[in-house]
Design a protein around this ligand. Structure first.
Ligand code: IDP
Ligand code: MG
Length: 140
């Protein structure tokens, strides 16, 4: 077991429907603690930079449009095995495949508007956290 940090984003479909508190309640009901959080409206350039790994994917343009369609809430979550643990409670990318009780199963609107982002590895978590947060803003 390892104590880890991971980056979470509550996506524009979640802020639009005013369900960020409901998602945070599910996060806090798990073994994860929200140790940094802020609300941002991403620019296209920021969304393209954050999702650069997906630049060749067919959905990249639409994904960047969606991620800039409204405010997001970016968060740092901390806990034992936080990276995989958050992926577990998020559920599968496509809500149709997301296990019952997961955030995406309960809240996602579509494969694109799927309410949350979570880092997919410890290495990417470190990069993604530093994309949005300075050390001063992370209060564990
Ligand atoms: P993940 O968020 O579960 O890690 P990724 O494959 O990393 O999934 O994709 C990043 C994001 O791109 C997804 O969360 C979703 O918003 C969007 N996305 C993924 N696949 C598709 C697709 O086939 N069509 C439209 N959007 C997609
Ligand atoms: Mg991903």
């Amino acid at each position: 077991m390892a104590f880890q940090k991971t980056l979470s984003i509550l996506k524009p479909d979640a802020t639009r429907r005013n369900i960020t508190g409901k998602i945070n309640a599910k996060i806090e009901a798990s073994n994860l603690r929200i140790i940094a959080q802020k609300r941002l409206h991403l620019s296209i350039a920021q969304a393209q930079a954050f999702y650069a790994v997906h630049a060749e994917r067919a959905f990249f343009g639409e994904l960047c449009q969606f991620m800039t369609s409204g405010p997001v809430v970016v968060q740092v979550l901390e806990g034992e095995e936080a990276v995989a643990g958050y992926r577990d409670i998020m559920g599968a990318t496509n809500p149709t495949n997301a296990a019952e009780g997961t955030i995406r199963s309960e809240f996602a609107e579509s494969i694109e508007a799927n309410s949350v982002h979570g880092s997919d590895s410890v290495e990417n978590a470190v990069k993604e956290i530093s994309f949005f947060f300075s050390e001063l803003e992370i209060v564990g």
